[in-house]
Design a protein around this ligand. Sequence first.
Ligand code: TMP
Length: 199
Amino acid sequence: MFFVFDGIDGGGKSTQISRLHAALAAKNETIVCKDPGSTQLGEALRDLLLSKGDMPIDMRSEMMLFSTARTQLVQEIVKPALAQGKFVILDRFVMSTIVYQGHAGKLNPEDIRAVNAFATDGLQPDHTFVLDIPVDVAMERLGDTRDRMESRGVDYFSAVRAGFLAEAKSCDKCTVIDATQTVDQIAASIESIAKEIIN
Ligand code: TMP
């Protein structure tokens, strides 16, 4: 079983991932990973992509680097874990690239889908939870210390939010969660959907 959490920055993914992890761990061995990250190559690419510096990174390069980190994660961790019957909860996946580098970054989402079909060897989540919050709430939650991606302006994040909502609408294995609710309310909805899918 493969669950993904995605959505605009500041939506509270980490908290909800911990809650679902705790809920599922009693049922089955469950691992949590971060995209980009969780492998040596993924962590190195994460540093490169998120650290603020003066190295120019073209949007196409950015898209390929996120996708490369994902390939390593899928090959090294996710596919082997699923093959062993473990549950996997992933913090972001392909939808993030389609939204951040596509809808907001102006690359063609269809090109990104094609690159990622190869990058992930066609692996698709059983379900994706898209945590949605208004852009002004996201900006407030991010505060003043921001990484390279978080430093992009309100217009970029408005396109990110709209992109996630559009992608989720055309996806039958996705649920948009109103992440302005309380942590307990959100966790309860997610847990009930996840358990329904598992059963
Ligand atoms: P995180 O902070 O949720 O771990 O995500 C890292 C940042 O990278 C976040 O701002 C979203 C962004 N991102 C992309 O732009 N494209 C991607 O494909 C992924 C996975 C993340």
